[in-house]
Design a protein. Structure first.
Length: 79
């Protein structure tokens, strides 16, 4: 996790303008996240999941299941 934050810090300036505020907000949560993970806190999975969603959203990437195309066979996710 520490490496993730180190890389995020070094790349926040070159990230798309629309993502920079979200990345700065994530960096503000660095200490809380690392502490929760190192202590095995019960809240750490939720914090980590929230951060993952925030990152993907900031980058304009899909979050959650990707729907299958309308013409796909049952059970085919298109991946």
């Amino acid at each position: 996790m520490s490496e993730f934050f180190t890389r995020l810090q070094s790349e926040v300036g070159s990230a798309p303008a629309s993502a920079q505020a979200a990345f700065r907000a994530m960096l503000e949560e660095r200490d809380e996240m690392i502490t929760a993970l190192s202590r095995g806190s019960a809240e750490s999975p939720g914090l980590l999941s929230d951060m993952f969603v925030s990152y993907r959203t900031a980058m304009g990437e899909p979050v959650g299941p990707i729907p299958a195309p309308a013409d796909a066979a049952p059970g085919d996710t298109g991946q």
